[in-house]
Design a protein around this ligand. Structure first.
Ligand SMILES: Nc1ncnc2c1ncn2[C@@H]1O[C@H](COP(=O)(O)OP(=O)(O)O)[C@@H](O)[C@H]1O
Ligand SMILES: [Mg+2]
Length: 250
């Protein structure tokens, strides 16, 4: 299957500080790829580079075949991006936010109403379209932010800690939405610091201190770990703790 995202020895320095340290990975079309790591690990920096918002220091990265150094405008047309702070206008209604983002994402005039309806259905907010965004619970704002990010029906969706600060039920609902998008063939790149969410990803990369220190499907990670330590059913937590220890001792 084709790689829709290709990253090789990607590096980002801020002054003398290295936020992302020569990371390498590939993502196949249709995958749910999880980027897991503690605060400050380099998750958002990586996402911003892949969204064409930040120029790397060195290395290679291509999204949908477009180069992050030279083709960021092309990249932006092919991706949806939900930033860590949901970028919504709180003084607008749900529907007005959608109308606004339809404009930003240049949804064709003839498609606007149809996309609005489809997206409101997708994120389950049709009944609240006249509500003021400020009045919505966090879980609903999160769904609206996702809806706004996919109005132009992008093949790749970047979600930066979309479930942080959201209650477990809303988190579950949100994962259902992600799975629906994945079933439609969308590629999903999601960051999280919740270990439990890693289990829902096709593959996960553990990022620590700007380095990828583990990368595989949850199942393969467990298999490798089980063989190495002779343990029957290791948890991802066991695996990540050990990977971090190994990294520190290396
Ligand atoms: N614009 C910036 N200037 C200087 N340092 C930055 C900048 N953006 C991020 N950093 C630093 O890079 C590191 C990684 O940040 P970030 O990618 O936001 O981590 P994460 O999203 O995993 O929490 C952090 O130490 C952060 O303080
Ligand atoms: Mg972040």
């Amino acid at each position: 299957m084709e790689n829709i995202i290709e990253v090789e020895k990607l590096k980002k320095n801020f002054g003398n500080f290295t936020a992302v340290n020569e990371i390498t990975f590939r993502i196949k079309k249709g995958e749910i790829f999880g980027f897991l790591g503690p605060n400050g690990a380099g998750k958002s920096t990586t996402i911003r580079i892949l969204c064409g918002l930040l120029i790397p220091t060195s290395g290679k990265a291509a999204v949908s075949g477009f180069d992050v150094y030279r083709q960021s405008e092309k990249i932006k047309q092919n991706i949806g991006y939900m930033s860590q702070k949901f970028s919504l206008y709180y003084d607008l209604t749900v529907e007005e936010n959608i109308n606004f983002y339809s404009g930003i994402y240049k949804v064709k005039r003839k498609d606007k109403n149809m996309r609005k309806k489809e997206v409101l259905d997708l994120v389950n907010l049709s009944h609240l379209r006249k509500s003021l965004t400020a009045s919505l619970p966090v879980g609903f704002k999160q769904r609206l932010a996702l809806g706004c990010a996919v109005l132009h029906d992008p093949p790749i969706i970047f979600l930066d800690e979309p479930t942080s600060g959201v209650d477990p039920i809303s988190r579950n609902n949100f994962w259902n939405l992600i799975n629906n998008l994945s079933d439609e063939g969308k590629t999903i790149f999601i960051t999280t610091h919740y270990l439990a969410e890693a289990e829902y990803c096709d593959r996960i990369a553990l990022i620590y201190d700007g380095n990828i220190i583990a990368l595989d499907s949850p199942r393969e990670l467990k298999k490798t770990y089980a063989a190495r330590f002779g343990i029957k059913s290791p948890t991802l937590e066991d695996i990540f703790m050990t990977s971090i220890e190994d990294y520190k001792n290396a």
